[in-house]
Design a protein around this ligand. Structure first.
Ligand SMILES: NC(=O)c1ccc[n+]([C@@H]2O[C@H](COP(=O)([O-])OP(=O)(O)OC[C@H]3O[C@@H](n4cnc5c(N)ncnc54)[C@H](O)[C@@H]3O)[C@@H](O)[C@H]2O)c1
Ligand SMILES: [Zn+2]
Ligand SMILES: [Zn+2]
Length: 366
């Protein structure tokens, strides 16, 4: 066991604290990772606010890259010294989803079995089974995906959550590609990543929708061909108009990605897609939200697919090394997602900036 500095949320709504925690030596199937960088994601704030569950105290942070320090005796997939991006869906390989080949739906993903603790022995709940606002963290070995060790940790670590969710929503879940139009509603870290994914896929036009002009500028920098400020009017008609200008007869976008997590924006996505188009919900709604007044005949009559996307339907072992290589080749600008590099004591300020829409991602450097 060793002691390291880490960021803990002790109780609902209370500011996070930097404290000393105990990290056990890795047991079977586990690895200890020396964290180099960890992005600040909305989900960390949700944990702090008690919006995920009540299993306080939480060890926050889950968009991380680092170097494996030690592994359990039986671990062969990674070794000390490997540069890894951490993932929160280490597939089991044995559940019904895995056995039928749908590994991205694994119903029994793995985390470390031992618990990290406060100095007094109180067990911590690591955010998304990771807990990487910490100098070192204990994870399941399957949560470590080896990538090109010369890549910048602050940039590639973001593949561990929001950026992968967005790119995957476009490419894996939504099937974006050449000859298809894509609209993305909500251009935060996830939505802008969906735009970058759509651009990688060759889709065109790529229409970015947000209520914040700063976000639309970012979306344009990452591949949006058109922007729509939906604080100034209904974006549905504008999306239809842009798509019809490219594809004769189009009545909307082939793929519309909702990256806000609200009923009204999902409904915009529903009506902005072309006949037989696809809607992908990657934004996470709260349990009380409902879609009001949606005629069932519209669901039937418009055909197509209404999907949701968990973690961009990614397979870390397939997608992380590939996307890191695209980054290294200059074909995927992950640096553009890093708005600022901060210290471990700056997380409350980063939550504030995120709340105000001032950043795509603040990244803690450890
Ligand atoms: N499905 C997954 O696996 C997964 C993973 C990570 C995050 N998420 C979710 O994705 C969503 C987006 O995350 P993020 O980190 O990009 O958050 P964010 O807060 O950075 O971005 C949200 C964006 O939506 C915009 N917005 C708000 N209301 C809008 C409206 N009415 N119309 C248009 N735009 C609007 C905001 O201006 C902002 O740019 C969240 O719900 C988050 O929980 C999902
Ligand atoms: Zn499984
Ligand atoms: Zn996240």
């Amino acid at each position: 066991m060793q002691q390291v500095k880490a960021v803990v949320a002790r109780s609902k709504g209370a500011p996070v604290e930097v404290v000393s925690i105990n990290v056990p030596d890795p047991g079977p199937g586990e690895a200890v990772v020396r964290v180099q960088s960890c992005g600040v994601c909305h989900t960390d704030l949700h944990y702090r606010e008690g919006g995920i569950n009540d299993d306080f105290p939480f060890l926050l942070g889950h968009e991380a890259a680092g170097v494996v320090e030690s592994v359990g005796a039986d671990v062969t997939s990674v070794a000390p010294g490997d540069f890894v991006v951490l993932n929160w869906r280490a597939v089991c390989g044995e559940c019904r989803a895995c056995r039928r080949g749908d590994l991205h739906y694994c119903f029994n993903t793995h985390n470390a079995t031992q618990r990290m603790t406060l100095e007094d022995g109180t067990e911590l709940t690591p955010a998304l089974g990771i807990g990487a606002f910490a100098e070192k963290t204990l994870v399941a070995a399957g949560q470590c995906t080896k990538v090109d060790p010369t890549a910048r940790p602050a940039a590639v670590g973001l593949l561990g959550c929001g950026v992968m969710a967005g790119i995957g929503a476009a490419i894996n879940t939504g099937g974006a590609g050449r000859g298809k139009s894509v609209a993305v509603i909500g251009c935060g870290g996830v939505g802008v990543a969906a735009i970058a994914g759509a651009a990688l896929s060759g889709a065109s036009p790529i229409i970015a929708v947000d209520i914040d002009a700063k976000k639309l500028a970012k979306a344009e920098a990452l591949g949006a061909t058109h922007t729509v400020d939906s604080s100034k009017g209904d974006p549905v008609e504008e999306i239809k108009r842009i798509c019809a200008a490219t594809y004769d007869g189009a009545e909307g976008a082939d793929l519309v990605i909702e990256a806000v997590g609200r009923p009204e924006t999902w409904k915009q996505a529903f009506y902005a897609r072309d006949l037989a188009g696809t809607v992908v919900l990657v934004g996470v709604p709260t349990p009380d939200m409902k879609v009001p007044d949606l005629p069932l005949i519209d669901v039937f009559g418009r055909g197509g697919a209404l999907k949701s996307s968990w973690y961009g339907d990614c397979l870390p072992s397939r997608d992380f090394p590939m996307l890191v290589d695209l980054y290294q080749q200059g074909r995927l600008d992950l640096d553009a997602f890093v708005s600022e590099e901060i210290g471990i004591g700056d997380i409350e300020a980063a939550f504030e900036k995120m709340h105000n829409g001032d950043v795509l991602r603040s990244v803690v450097i450890l």
